[in-house]
Design a protein around this ligand. Structure first.
Ligand code: DGJ
Length: 742
């Protein structure tokens, strides 16, 4: 059993292969976080807590004469408001009598094998793993509230996930003002934190700062997890780098408004709290009702950031993404968006499909514009019926044609949106989120449907199912192209409007779940104007997400690298698009565009009818290369091999198979120089005693060749690095495949 309780010391031990998490219950039932880190052999780490009398840090009544004990200074497992802890709260309530105090104490616990899933929310699936669960029940007898902290221990995966269930037994309604998923107090470390900020078309850029005494708040109040702040943070020692050092990862499995708050307190303890953003949140909990928070995923390692990323990659790939697509080779797709935008008809699309087939593509995806009166982005959203003006023969005929060529067919939807100029809006204006008596804020000239209404979810389920049943469709691209505003639902009374934003997310999840159940073989690719909803919540329903609307390879290097800290390559939708690029105007060689897109799900997004014969041959070679290395790229370990300083000149990354038998080293020169410095890249994850030989090279530079009979020990490649011959040209790139010989 990976969870134990020692009655004498009142300590809970949760053990994974390399880590340990400890919680201690003190004499008066305060639930204290005593340790999370490298395994320490289940020795009671309660000694880390020093009971020091600090002025203005009050004491529980029982300890009024023992001033070292204060909820303001002791590390807490789930911090509350109003009862003497002045640091960030995990939970905050308004009771029926107006009191806002919550003082949670230990009530009991249950340790079981297997896990209970939070209803209606994504979670880390058990799959074939052995999972043990600790359910720790806390109560406030005066308030009549009970909080169950549920910890799932994935022993072999070095992962602990947790969520909370808050139950009202007070006899009256209460309001939850905040209900976080996890709170963790880390003692004795001067930590940095890394978070992933960005904007539309430039998502998830890492930013590393020192944890100071101010409250750092990383949050989204856009209705989605957002392009701007991803619900994932890393806390690490100052010297932690890719190869060495301690780090903690905290990832929220949630696609709505979230907040990650970090604070270093007066005693030097660092607190991190993650959960639903409380700014718009206020949930009325009637007597007897429960509120379930989203689940958070926690990981720790002392082996550097690459290892931390690997822990998240593995759990997301194996235990979060839908199992149907886990070990299945996904097709190399071609998407028509940047090739045609809204300007297409049957003939053009058929031409694109035929040319894509000749170039070796395996799936065609018809993007925005096939439905309603959708000739531009001002009309049609909500009307999920084929636009016969453009597609006279309908979707069925196109899908059949694609199928007859041995390719799969995919289709774009933007389910949660509606245009004012649509039949749906004309019939049901009340289905759009909007304040009474006020003109709504528009985004891309569209409104957002009220997903908190079951009738809206039913309508979407029915209309999407109709289309999905009508043709051979293997894939859905699920888009979402604006942030929420005017979050008001006509369905809920005044005192429940603070629930709408979360209910919206629950509505989306229920639609995804219903469609997945009805069409288990159809793969969903998440998307929100690129990567505006790139989170572990969406990944529970869709194994890949369109990483960014920015398809320009050199910008993509940064976006994909930032994304890779938390999310595996197999989840990152990445396409080769036309040059000059439509977002930046930059020209990048076709091979470099492909090498960058291969660090993702790989596909094309352009008009293949424009390919010259030479380009078509090159694309065929690229698809062959990707397919040859598919398992290595999609299931191997991914390593970031260049740091901020290197990246002024070049970017490098690599893949190593789990058995260390093969590796793929990639390099893109981003700032070409005359008479260049030699680029040495230290690889990672190889077998140090293994002897590797180069057996395959692709490059944008036609003079780059495969070094013959060049043998390298894994240790040499990792310690001294691979020494690249100079490349030439604009944004040149090379991909080198190594195979272990002995
Ligand atoms: C935003 C997406 O990210 C694009 O790829 C494309 O699907 C457009 N929406 C279509 O409107």
């Amino acid at each position: 059993m990976s969870v134990k309780f020692d009655e004498k010391s009142r300590v809970f031990f949760m053990e994974t292969q390399n880590t340990e998490y400890q919680i201690k219950i003190n004499e008066i039932g305060m639930v204290l976080h005593t340790y999370y880190g490298k395994s320490v052999g289940c020795c009671d780490m309660g000694y880390l807590i020093k009971e020091i009398d600090r002025g203005f840090s009050g004491n529980p009544y029982e300890y009024r004469n023992k001033r070292g004990i204060s909820s303001d200074t002791l590390p807490q497992e789930y911090s509350t408001d109003g009862a003497g802890d002045y640091r960030i709260s995990a939970v905050s309530v308004s009771l029926a009598n107006g009191s806002r105090t919550l003082d949670l104490r230990y009530k009991g616990h249950e340790i079981t094998t297997g896990r209970t899933n939070p209803e209606g929310l994504p979670y880390v699936r058990e799959q074939e793993d052995k999972v043990d669960t600790l359910r720790l029940v806390l109560e406030d007898k005066v308030a009549g509230l009970e909080v169950t902290l549920s910890y799932q221990v994935f022993e072999a995966k070095d992962i602990i996930s947790r969520f909370a269930v808050i139950k009202n037994g007070s006899g009256e309604a209460v309001f939850l003002n905040k209900a976080a998923s996890a709170c963790m107090d880390i003692t004795g470390r001067d930590l940095d934190f890394i978070h992933f900020h960005g904007r539309h078309a430039m998502e998830r850029l890492p930013e590393r700062s020192r944890v100071g005494h101010e409250i750092h708040r990383i949050a989204s109040k856009r209705g989605t997890s957002s392009h701007h702040n991803n619900p994932f943070v890393i806390l690490c020692d100052k010297n932690t780098d890719e190869w060495h050092g301690d780090s903690y990862g905290v990832m929220l499995m949630y696609s709505g408004e979230h907040a990650e708050e970090i604070e270093r307190d007066q005693a030097g303890t660092v607190r991190v709290v993650t959960g639903i953003n409380d700014e718009h949140f206020c949930w009325k909990l009637e007597d007897g009702e429960e509120f379930v928070t989203p689940e958070a995923i926690l990981a720790y390692t002392d082996k550097g950031l690459s290892e931390l990323s690997f822990l998240f990659h593995r759990i997301i790939r194996d235990n979060v993404c839908p199992k149907e697509f886990r070990n299945v080779k996904r097709p190399v797709l071609i998407n028509n968006w940047e090739g045609t935008y809204f300007d297409f008809d049957d003939e053009k699309i058929t031409g694109i499909i035929d040319s894509a087939k000749e170039a070796g593509c395996e799936m065609f995806v018809l993007d925005d514009g096939w439905f309603g009166k959708r000739d531009d982005d001002h009309a049609g959203l909500g009307d999920w019926v084929v636009n016969r003006q453009k597609l006279k023969n309908g979707i069925e005929q196109l899908a059949d044609h694609t199928d007859s060529l041995g390719m799969k067919f995919g289709l774009w939807f933007e389910p949660e949106m509606v245009n004012e100029d649509s039949d749906l809006f004309r019939k049901h204006p009340e289905w759009a989120l909007s304040d009474p008596d006020r003109k709504p804020v528009m985004g891309r000239d569209q409104l957002v449907l009220d997903m908190s209404r079951n009738e809206v979810v039913d309508y979407l389920y029915e209309s999407m199912s109709e289309i999905l049943k009508s043709a051979k469709i293997s894939y859905i691209k699920w888009d979402f192209n604006r942030s929420l505003s005017n979050v008001f639902s006509g369905k809920y009374p005044v005192d429940r409007q603070g629930e709408v934003s979360h209910r919206f997310v629950l509505g989306t999840y229920s639609l995804m779940e219903r469609l997945r159940e009805a069409f288990p073989d159809i793969m969903i690719e998440g998307c929100s104007g690129g990567g505006g909803r790139f989170d572990a919540g969406i990944l529970f329903y869709s194994p890949q997400i369109w990483c960014s609307d920015n398809t320009e390879a050199i910008n993509r290097l940064r976006i994909q690298k930032g994304t890779s800290y938390g999310y595996p390559v197999s989840t990152m939708g990445s396409h080769v698009s036309a040059s000059p690029n439509h977002q930046t105007g930059r020209e990048v060689p076709l091979m470099t565009r492909a090498i960058v897109a291969m660090a993702g799900t790989f596909g094309y997004e352009l008009d293949p009818r424009q390919f010259s014969d030479e380009e078509k041959a090159m694309v065929r070679e690229q698809i062959d290369t990707f397919n040859r290395h598919y398992d290595l790229i999609q299931r191997g370990r991914y390593y970031r091999l260049s740091d901020d300083e290197d990246e002024k000149y070049y970017t490098s990354w690599g893949f190593v198979s789990e058995d260390k038998e093969e590796a793929l080293l990639n390099l893109v020169v981003t700032d070409m120089r005359a008479n260049p410095e030699i680029i040495y890249v230290r690889m990672n994850g190889l077998d140090p005693a293994g002897i590797y030989v180069v057996d395959d090279v692709i490059s944008s530079y036609d003079k780059a060749s495969k070094p013959e009979n060049a043998f390298f020990s894994g240790a040499a490649l990792m310690n001294a690095g691979y020494a690249f011959d100079p490349l030439f040209g604009s944004y040149p790139s090379i991909q080198i495949h190594f195979r272990k010989t002995v």
